[in-house]
Design a binder for this molecule. Structure first.
Ligand code: NAG
Ligand code: NAG
Ligand code: NAG
Length: 375
C-alpha cells in the first residue's frame, strides 16, 4: 500500500515536472537569447551623458564603448516595439534583434578588440571596449550608428531633450576619423544612401503615438525587404573603407569575415526574419573565437561540427561566387524573387549546417528549378 502510494506520488511528481519543464526551460531559453550586456546597457536617452558641444548642450553617445553601442540597439528595439507587437510575444518578433545579437557575438568571440596589438593588451574583451582597429567593430559601426541615425531621422525617438552627438574614436589618425561621423548631417555627406535606406525602414515601423493600438501590417514581407535593403547597403558601402583593418586579421579570419559579408547577401535575398529566436538559433553556429593562422576548416578541434560546417559552407559560397565572377549571387537573387523561391532558399540556408556537401552543379540546378516561379 505504502509503496503504491509513493509510486502514485512519484507519478504525480513526474507529471508535474513534465508539465512544468517545458514552460520554464522556454523562458530560460529566451533569457539566454539576449546579447551580453543587454540588461546593463542604457535604455533611455537620460542614461547617456550630456555635455557642451560648440556651445550647445548635447547627449553624447560613444559607440566605441560596448555598452553604449549596445544601448543604441536597445533604444531602437524598444522604440519600435509598438509596430512589432503582432510579430511575436513581448517584442521577440522585432526584426532589429539581428543587429544587437551579431554585435554581442562579435564581443564574446573577441572580435571587437584592438587587432593592431598583441592579444589582451589595451582592448581586452573583458574591458568591453570596441576598437577602431577591429575590422568587425568598424563594419558594425555601419550597422549600429547608421541605423540609429536613420531612426533618429525618421523621428522614432522624438521628441528629444537634446541633440544627439556621436563621439568619434579616440587616438586615431585624421584619415581613420573621417570614416566615422557625429550626426545625421555629417553622415549624410558621404553616406546619404545608407541613411536613406535606414530612414525608410524606420518610417515604416514607426508607430504614430496618437494611435491607440497599431493596426496589423498586411505586408510584413515589404518590411523585411526594407530592412535587408538597408542592411546590405551598409555592408556594401563600409567594406571598401576598411581594407587596412581587414589586413590585420589572420588569413583564415579574413576569409571568414569576407565570406560572412558575402553570405549576408545570400541570406538577405531569402528575406530571413532576424527576430530574437531565429537569430539566436542560427548564431550558435558561428565561430566562438577569432580564427588563427593555423586553423584548418573544417577540422578546427575546439569548434563544434556545426561550426566547422558553417565555415565550410561560407567558403563554398565565397569561392563559387568568385569562380563564377558573381554569377552565383545573380542566379540566387533571381531564384529568390518569388515568395516560393525565398521559402526554399531559407530552408536551404537553415539546413546547410546539416547538408553542407551540396555541389555547385546541384546548387545551380536547384536555382534553375526555381525560375519557374514568376517574379
Ligand atoms: C520582455 O522582454 C524584456 C526584454 O526586452 C524582458 O526584460 C522582460 O522580462 C520580458 N517580459 C516577459 C514577461 O517575458
Ligand atoms: C520565441 O520563443 C519564445 C519561447 O519559446 C516564444 O514565447 C516566442 O513567442 C518566440 N518568438 C517568436 C517571434 O517566435
Ligand atoms: C588615448 O591616448 C591617451 C594618451 O596616450 C590615453 O590616456 C587614453 O587612454 C587613450 N584612449 C583610448 C581610448 O585608447
Amino acid at each position: 500500500m505504502s509503496s503504491c502510494l509513493s509510486c502514485f506520488a512519484g507519478l504525480i511528481c513526474m507529471v508535474i515536472s513534465l508539465l512544468s519543464t517545458p514552460a520554464s526551460s522556454q523562458t530560460d531559453a529566451v533569457q539566454g537569447h539576449y546579447p551580453p550586456g543587454w540588461w546593463d546597457a542604457p535604455g533611455s536617452f537620460d542614461d547617456f551623458p550630456v555635455a557642451d558641444v560648440d556651445g550647445e548642450k548635447m547627449t553624447i553617445i560613444d559607440p566605441w564603448v560596448y555598452l553604449q553601442r549596445m544601448g543604441m540597439f536597445k533604444l531602437m528595439v524598444q522604440h519600435t516595439q509598438g509596430y512589432f507587437n503582432s510579430w511575436g510575444y513581448n517584442n521577440t518578433g522585432n526584426l532589429l534583434w539581428g543587429l544587437p545579437l551579431q554585435f554581442g557575438w562579435q564581443m564574446s568571440s573577441g572580435r571587437l578588440r584592438d587587432m593592431a596589438v598583441a592579444d589582451n593588451q589595451r582592448c581586452s574583451s573583458e574591458s568591453r571596449c570596441v576598437s577602431p582597429n577591429s575590422w568587425w567593430a568598424d563594419m558594425n559601426y555601419y550597422l549600429s550608428v547608421l541605423p540609429f541615425l536613420g531612426a533618429l531621422n525618421a523621428g522614432v525617438f522624438s521628441p528629444l531633450k537634446h541633440t544627439v552627438h556621436i563621439a568619434k574614436p579616440a587616438n586615431v589618425s585624421d584619415k581613420v576619423e573621417q570614416k566615422f561621423c557625429t550626426s545625421i548631417e555629417e553622415c549624410s555627406v558621404n553616406h546619404l544612401d545608407i541613411i536613406r535606406g535606414w530612414t525608410e525602414f524606420f518610417e515604416r515601423v514607426k508607430v504614430d503615438a496618437t494611435q491607440q493600438s497599431p493596426s496589423i501590417d498586411p505586408d510584413q514581407d515589404a518590411t523585411i525587404a526594407l530592412l535587408w535593403k538597408a542592411h546590405t547597403t551598409s555592408i556594401l558601402k563600409a567594406q571598401p573603407l576598411f581594407t587596412e583593418e581587414v589586413n590585420l586579421l589572420s588569413l583564415p579570419e579574413r576569409k571568414f569575415g569576407e565570406g560572412w559579408a558575402l553570405l549576408v547577401e545570400f541570406i538577405a535575398a531569402t528575406h530571413f526574419e532576424t527576430d530574437l529566436n531565429n537569430t539566436a538559433d542560427q548564431q550558435i553556429n558561428l565561430p566562438p573565437r577569432i580564427l588563427k593562422s593555423d586553423d584548418k576548416v573544417p577540422f578546427i578541434r575546439d569548434f563544434t561540427p556545426a561550426q566547422n560546417r558553417v565555415l565550410m559552407a561560407i567558403d563554398f559560397f565565397h569561392s563559387t561566387n568568385d569562380d563564377t565572377k558573381g554569377l552565383l549571387l545573380k542566379f540566387w537573387r533571381r531564384a529568390m524573387c518569388s515568395p516560393e523561391g525565398r521559402k526554399i532558399g531559407r530552408d536551404l540556408m537553415e539546413n546547410i549546417v546539416e547538408h553542407p556537401l551540396i555541389t555547385i552543379r546541384e546548387l545551380f540546378k536547384l536555382l534553375w528549378g526555381l525560375f519557374k516561379y514568376p517574379c
